[in-house]
Design a protein around this ligand. Sequence first.
Ligand code: PEP
Ligand code: MN
Length: 439
Amino acid sequence: MESNMMNDMHLGTERTDLLHPSGVSSESDCRLLAGVPLHSTTCLSSCVPTGLQQNPVGVQDVKQVVSTPADSNTASPHSPVGAQDTEPADSSPAFTNMIIAGPCSVESEAQILATAQALAQIPQVTMLRGGIWKPRTRPDAFEGRGEQGLVWLREAKQETGLPVITEVATPEHVELALKYDIDALWIGARTVVNPFSVQQLADALRGTDVPVFIKNPVAPDLNLWVGAFERFYKVGLTRLAAIHRGFAHYKESPYRNAPMWEIPIELTRRLGVPVITDVSHICGNRELLQSTAQKALDLATDGLMIECHINPDVALTDAQQQITPEALMTMLSALTFRAKQVGGVERDLAGLRGEIDDIDSELLQLLARRMEVSAQIGEYKKQNNVTVVQMDRWKKILADHVVTGEAMGLSPLLINKVFEAIHQASIERQSQIMEDDNE
Ligand code: PEP
Ligand code: MN
């Protein structure tokens, strides 16, 4: 199935000419520079998304990208009305494997231009991101360059031909972004939590059909995310996509924001919108990016957002999670882009498998934490001359766990096996600590 948005978005991925030094040597770039919006319908039938042709993945069908609006309408993937009752719309092949890369923040003219130029050399990169107004947890942190940054971002677009996207949080941001020819907007996780703000943004965009990417709200609240889409649909916007950037969590996790893959999958099931996975904000570090990106692709995401900076170590925001364009190139070439799974059953299974993986990861974190606490107890016992095993206490704990577990539908056999194994490992650890002392 097809959507206008996805067709249109891909007008921004015409990349044949990106390697031309002038950056304006082709018809498509001329059109872009002449200010013809990305969603211009005149382009729909005439533009072949050459970026796709360059894409080595080879799972896209270029013909489908230029399907007619009538094709799009039959699927109605973005209609909120009754969307829950229909088969999910499959994201367009045109949207498949969209790669949005760029710095967390636009910091200086030199930084954004150097980053953009390096990214433009990577064929898979389809859009340049750059934060202009940065939502910061604490005051006095770098809050973005504002309007000056938009001048530089537009310059980066003109020099490379890459369409650009930035975050907007207020109607003033929307007005300025449109004034500086920003091609697409994203709504940040901290803004999506506030329906008043989302409504103001939707109202500010009424009458346009700017592509809007809606990040998930900070909290794992699917309805709040769905509600944000509905606010934009209601003012007539049709070219909407989701960005999955993970969710705040209180538990131990290797992630900055827990992915909770089942939530974006359920969003797709309900609304049929394409989902881009923002692996940078999920991971919060460079080490997990590759595996998380692969996992996102395996779970049938439509594309990736990855923060890239020409010199990540000196980035003014999110330094620890940004990577160089060179590292991005290596990362992308090591990823396996699969033909997208489209069946409802497979999607559901992918969501459930993702949930299992998250739970297993939490279990591992919890086990590691339990062993740490156990080691601290071991130290304490050693210093106070207490024996390692205190059988009465353990028997009571195990009996309590069996009762609690049974009430949760868990068999006594499972509880006994799991906790015996954990207890045994704890005893071994504490005994080791005692022995170490005696050496
Ligand atoms: C960002 O993309 O730089 C950003 C601030 O993201 P989020 O809203 O997901 O925290
Ligand atoms: Mn960031």
